[in-house]
Design a protein around this ligand. Structure first.
Ligand code: F6R
Length: 577
C-alpha cells in the first residue's frame, strides 16, 4: 500500500509491501505533510506485491501521482509507445502507464490544466479504472474519474473525499455522491465538480445521506459478504475476461506439448477443474485428469514425470494440499502451471507460468465469485488451445468467444430475475433433511458445486453424482418429497437427463430444475424451476448455471437462521502462510 501528499509545492510519497498497519509501523504514514493526498491498498493483478509495484505511481518527474483500481487492458502497447518517447517505468504494473500518459499530454499541451490532461489521457485507456491524480502544478486539487470500476465522492463541512467505496470515508461523513462511468471529478477547496468526459458538460448531482450501520458499511449495504460477492459476479467476470492474452497463449502452449495433463485443486476450485476437463476435451480434444489435490501424491506422485503438466487452480494460492501436490510434481520434473487469485502467493512463486484470475478479495466463507472467474479463465484457455490445435472452426471460435464475453451480462440478468424465485424455493424446502444435486456431462461439475455450497453454508446434508449413476444405488434413498435439484441446460445430455428426472419423479421426488427458458418438457415434470437465458453454449454453462445454486445456498442458510459468513469451513483454514 502507499500514500502520496502535496505540501509546499513538493510531492511526498511513501509506499511499501504489506497491509496498511504493517507499512505504517515501519514507515510512519502520519508524518506525510500536507492536507491533500491519495492512498491505495492494492490487490495485485499485474506485478508481484512488492514495494516497487505498490501505488501511488508517479510520472518521470515525480511531480504527479496516480492511484488506480481496475485493469488497463492495453497497457503493454501504451507502455511501449511511452518508452519509445523516453518515459522511464519503474514497476511491472498496468497502472504506471497512467501517470506517464498524463505527463505526455501535459508536455504536448502546456496550457492544459491537470483535469484537462487527465480527461485527454483516459481517452487512450482500455479496460476498467477508477483513478485519482494529484500533481504539484495544481496543488489544491484532486482529479478522479472512472470506467467500470466504482468511484464515490464524500463531503462534509471541512473536507472532501473520493474512494472506491463508501465505507472508506463513512467514519468521517455519511454524505456521498455516486460517480458514473465517463465522468471526471475535480475535488478542490471549492468543493466538487463533475464533468462528462465526452463533451465536458458539467453535471449537477447533490450528495445523498447514507444511513448504513458500520456493520452494513463494510458489506456495502448487503447483509452478508456472501450475497455481496454473488452480486459482484458480473463485474468480477468482466475483470477476469480482461486477462492478458499473452499468458493464456503461453499456458496453452505448455498444455499442448504435455504428454499428460493433470488439473489439480481442492473444493470449489476442484469443481472448476472438473468442468474444465469437459471444456478441454470438447473444444481442444485434449484429455485431462482432474484430481483432488489431497489425493494427487498418492495417486500420481510416483508416475508424473518430465512430460507431465500440472495445471493447479487455487483461489488463495496457499492451500496446503495444493502445495504438497505441486512439490511432488516438481520433484519429478513435471511442469507446474498455476491459476490463482493471489498474485505473490506461494503458487505464483512455484509455477512455471501463472495466471491471475483478477476477481479481487473474497471475504465470504464460500467461494462464489472466484469460482465463476476460474471457470471463465479455464474456458478462455480451452478456446485458445482449440485454436492452436486447429480443432474448432473460426466461426465456432468467434461464436464462443462472443458468448464468453456476454456472460457477465447473462449473470447479471440471472441475478436480477431469479433471486426472488430462489429465495422462495429456499423457503419452501428449508426443512428438507437432505438433497440430491444431479447433472450430466459438464453440468455434473455444476451439481457438485451447488451441493458443496448448500452443505457448507446451510449445513444441509447433500449428495451429488452424475445423474446416470442414480440407478446404480443412490436412488434407493429417494422417498416422496425428497428434493432433487437437476441442472438441465439444453445441451447434448438433455434427452437422457429428462429420463433421469422421470426416474426420480417416479419415486415421488420433488424436482427443482435449473432450466433454459421455455424448456416445456422439464417444466411439466418439475415441482419448481428457474429459467435461465437461451443461447448459453454447453461448455460455458457452469458459469451461469451455478448462480441460482449459490443463491439457493445463501437463502437456505438465512431461512434456517445461520450466518452464511460464519467461518465453519475447515477447508479454508488449511492453508500455510
Ligand atoms: C468452498 C471453498 C473451498 C475452497 C477450497 C480451495 O466454498 O471455499 O472448498 O474452494 O478450500 O481453496 P483454494 O481455491 O484457495 O485453494
Amino acid at each position: 500500500m502507499g500514500e502520496a501528499t502535496l505540501f509546499n509545492g513538493v510531492l511526498y510519497l511513501k509506499k511499501d509491501q504489506g497491509k496498511i498497519d504493517e507499512v505504517h509501523a515501519t514507515r510512519n504514514l502520519d508524518d506525510l505533510p500536507g492536507s491533500i493526498g491519495i492512498g491505495h491498498t492494492r490487490w495485485a493483478t499485474h506485478g508481484a506485491p512488492l514495494q516497487v509495484n505498490a501505488h501511488p505511481h508517479t510520472d518521470c518527474t515525480g511531480q504527479l501521482a496516480v492511484a488506480h483500481n481496475g485493469i488497463i487492458e492495453n497497457f503493454s502497447e501504451l507502455r511501449q509507445e511511452l518508452e519509445a518517447k523516453g518515459h522511464v517505468f519503474k514497476s511491472r504494473t498496468d497502472t504506471e502507464v497512467i501517470p506517464h500518459l498524463i505527463e505526455e499530454v501535459l508536455k504536448n499541451n502546456p496550457s492544459f490544466g491537470l483535469a484537462d490532461a487527465v480527461l485527454e489521457a483516459v481517452k487512450r485507456l482500455e479496460g476498467s479504472y477508477a483513478i485519482v491524480v494529484i500533481a504539484t502544478r495544481e496543488p489544491d486539487m484532486i482529479v478522479c474519474t472512472r470506467h467500470e470500476s466504482p468511484l464515490v465522492v464524500g463531503v462534509n463541512d471541512s473536507a472532501i473525499y473520493c474512494a472506491s467505496d463508501i465505507p472508506a470515508f463513512l467514519p468521517v461523513t455519511d454524505k456521498a455522491v455516486m460517480i458514473e462511468d465517463g465522468e471526471l471529478v475535480t475535488l478542490s477547496l471549492q468543493g466538487y465538480e463533475i464533468k462528462k468526459i465526452a463533451d465536458s458538460k458539467v453535471v449537477t448531482r447533490e450528495p445523498k445521506v447514507i444511513d448504513w450501520t458500520p456493520e452494513m458499511a463494510v458489506k456495502q449495504g448487503y447483509p452478508h459478504y456472501m450475497i455481496k460477492e454473488i452480486h459482484e459476479q458480473p463485474a468480477t467476470l468482466r475483470n477476469t475476461l480482461r486477462l492478458q492474452e499473452h499468458y493464456l497463449d503461453l499456458m496453452s502452449t505448455f498444455l499442448d506439448r504435455a504428454r499428460e495433463v493433470f488439473l489439480v485443486a481442492c473444493g470449489t476450485s476442484y469443481h472448476a477443474c472438473l468442468a474444465s476437463s469437459y471444456m478441454f476435451s470438447k473444444l481442444a480434444f485434449l484429455p485431462t485428469y482432474p484430481v483432488i489435490a489431497s489425493e494427487f501424491v498418492e495417486q500420481y506422485g510416483k508416475s508424473v514425470n518430465i512430460e507431465s503438466t500440472i495445471l493447479t487452480v487455487s483461489q488463495s494460492g496457499e492451500t496446503a494440499d495444493i502445495l504438497a501436490a505441486v512439490n511432488a510434481a516438481r520433484q519429478r520434473a513435471a511442469t507446474v502451471l498455476g491459476l490463482t487469485n493471489a498474485i505473490g502467493s506461494t503458487l505464483t512463486r512455484v509455477s512455471r507460468v501463472y495466471v491471475g484470475q483478477q476477481s479481487g478479495p473474497e471475504i465470504g466463507v464460500a467461494a462464489t465469485k472466484t469460482f465463476t472467474s476460474q471457470l471463465s479463465v479455464l474456458a478462455g484457455l480451452a478456446l485458445r488451445l482449440a485454436k492452436q490445435r486447429g480443432k474448432v472452426s473460426q466461426d465456432e471460435m468467434d461464436y464462443l468467444a462472443d458468448r464468453l464475453k456476454k456472460l457477465p451480462d447473462t449473470v447479471d440478468t440471472i441475478i436480477r430475475t431469479q433471486e426472488e424465485k430462489m429465495k422462495q424455493i429456499a423457503r419452501k424446502y428449508k426443512d428438507a433433511k437432505a438433497f440430491f444435486f444431479l447433472g450430466r456431462g459438464i453440468s455434473t461439475a455444476t451439481a457438485y458445486e451447488g451441493r458443496l455450497k448448500l452443505m457448507e453454508i446451510a449445513y444441509v446434508p447433500a449428495m451429488s453424482f452424475p445423474a446416470g449413476e442414480s440407478k446404480h444405488g443412490p436412488i434407493s434413498l429417494v422417498e416422496p418429497g425428497f428434493p432433487v435439484v437437476f441442472i438441465c441446460p439444453k445441451d447434448e445430455t438433455h434427452k437422457t437427463l429428462v429420463g433421469n428426472v422421470m426416474e426420480m419423479k417416479a419415486r415421488g421426488a420433488s424436482i427443482i430444475a435449473i432450466i433454459e427458458e421455455g424448456d416445456e418438457e422439464i417444466k411439466r415434470l418439475a415441482d419448481d424451476y428457474v429459467e435461465l437465458p437461451k443461447e448459453i453454449p454447453e461448455v460455458l454453462s457452469p458459469i451461469p448455471y451455478i448462480v441460482p445454486l449459490q443463491l439457493l445456498a445463501y437463502y437456505m442458510a438465512v431461512e434456517k437462521g445461520y450466518n452464511p459468513d460464519t467461518p465453519r469451513n475447515l477447508a479454508k483454514s488449511v492453508t500455510v502462510k
